[in-house]
Design a protein. Structure first.
Length: 110
């Protein structure tokens, strides 16, 4: 299915890691938003940033948009956005994004 990713053990492991940490980041943003609306204990911003640093930045970004959460918090964004950009730069430098794009184009062509 995603031949480029499956043919390279590093890309495959990285893909699974990013999928896992992204899901954790997305869920954390949803949980934090739900708890915020109920005025309950919150997930610390430092934890959300840590999730982003270890690979969940795409999930945190998607969760932020989907749940409309932390989109106007400049303190959070000033820490989160550089982490997101750094991950994208590293993934592009490593060739992961090109590989992923090629695999998705092949999948769409089928």
């Amino acid at each position: 299915m995603l031949s480029c990713l499956q043919s390279d053990p590093f890309y495959e492991a990285l893909g699974y890691w990013l999928l896992f940490t992204g899901a954790v980041g997305f869920a954390a943003m949803g949980l934090d938003k739900a708890r915020a609306t109920r005025h309950k204990w919150r997930i610390p911003e430092s934890t959300l940033i840590l999730i982003s640093i270890v690979g969940g930045s795409l999930g945190v970004a998607v969760g932020s948009v989907v749940f409309h959460h932390k989109t106007s918090k400049l303190g959070f964004l000033s820490l989160f956005l550089p982490v997101l950009v750094a991950w994208l730069v590293v993934l592009q430098w490593a060739g992961f994004l090109d590989c992923l794009g090629a695999s998705l184009r092949l999948l769409a062509a089928q």
